[in-house]
Design a protein around this ligand. Structure first.
Ligand code: MTE
Length: 316
């Protein structure tokens, strides 16, 4: 990232944990109906986004909701951690559609309602580890990306999946003016097998409610074993392609941000170590506790086999 040392969150911004954990599980069909209703009415959103709990979840202490929604990277709204929460209210998230094209048998432009209609939403409590050296534990609500990709029927020639965020300078202050921190649209990519992995989800909510705009409403990617910048927000296009697609951070600083971006404590960022991390909420400033960073962000049992035979120092 361009910001070298992120500021710590003052204690005054920290609020007590919600009581969101007392949620009942819904049947898959119920969750699908909930998903449909969630996009049509604000009041039903909060009530119905009570997704099935996933066995893929970590049981680590969750980051406070107030922290996860006020300490963000979403450069379309500014480069300070507080900018997205302050500025993302201007983003219009309805109506929303996602174009899925490229090497698929059934290219389509789906509305958000179309996307959510057949899926059973799940709550996935995942770690998100940023390349800047901080991490959070967030209860996402979403569904496997593989389910959406299956609907468009990828062709045998498709090897990678490319994602794009929208470009809307009128609503995104980071996309207008003299200083444009990134080339737009924000782009990310995965290998097809990474995209199809059951841990890879499209999230539409967090903490039992729909996603706040600053966290990537209405639909974002979450890939828990990769640095947070892979988890592209507010997606409008998904393309299946044959060749490794360009990504925003690679285009900007190729030697610092590789395509794979797997959380790897053994491969330092050229300007800092990746061996440890600060869990947001665990002290600040001089008292910030640092914990060792785990290979693949702790998801090695599930994903290490994807990289068997690949030199992870060369393919960082
Ligand atoms: N997606 C878009 N479109 N624009 C961005 O600037 N920042 C990335 C990622 N997705 C970013 C983005 C980075 S650097 C991180 S660490 C995560 O979003 C942060 O997600 P969070 O704010 O929900 O914690």
């Amino acid at each position: 990232m361009l910001i070298r040392k992120p500021p710590d969150i003052p204690a005054s911004e920290i609020t007590p944990l919600n009581t969101y954990l007392r949620r009942r599980d819904l049947l898959a069909r119920g969750a699908a109906l909930a998903a449909l209703a969630a996009v049509s009415s604000r009041s039903t959103r909060a009530a119905l986004l009570e997704a099935k709990k996933s066995p893929f979840s970590t049981n680590e202490t969750q980051t406070r909701q107030a922290d996860a929604t006020s300490y963000n990277n979403f450069y379309e709204f500014g480069t300070d951690k507080a900018d997205p929460a302050a500025n993302a209210g201007s983003l219009k998230i309805a109506p929303w559609s996602v174009k899925i094209d490229g090497l698929v048998a059934k290219p389509a432009t789906y509305t958000l309602e179309d996307i959510l209609k057949p899926v059973a939403l799940e709550e996935r409590i995942y770690r998100l580890r940023c390349v800047e050296g901080w991490s959070m534990v967030i209860p996402w609500i979403g569904f496997p990306l593989a389910e959406l990709l299956a609907r468009v029927e990828p062709l045998g020639s498709a090897k990678y999946v490319a994602f794009e965020t929208l470009v809307r300078p009128d609503e995104m202050p980071g996309q207008r003016g003299l200083f444009q921190p990134l080339p737009w649209p924000y782009r990310e990519g995965l290998r097809l097998d990474e995209a199809m992995h059951p841990l890879t989800i499209l999230a539409t909510g967090m903490y039992g409610a729909t996603l706040p705009n600053q966290n990537g409403a209405p639909l974002r990617l979450v890939v828990p074993w990769k640095y947070g910048f892979k988890s592209i927000k507010s997606i409008v296009r998904i393309s299946l392609v044959e060749k490794q697609p360009p990504t925003t951070w690679q285009a900007l600083q190729d030697e610092e941000y590789g395509f794979y971006s797997n959380v790897n404590p053994e491969v330092d960022h050229p300007r800092w170590s990746q061996a440890t991390e600060r869990r947001i909420g665990e002290g600040s400033g001089l008292f910030a506790k640092r914990r060792p960073t785990l290979m693949f962000n702790g998801y090695g049992d599930q994903v290490a086999q994807l990289y068997a035979g690949l030199d992870l120092r060369a393919n960082f």
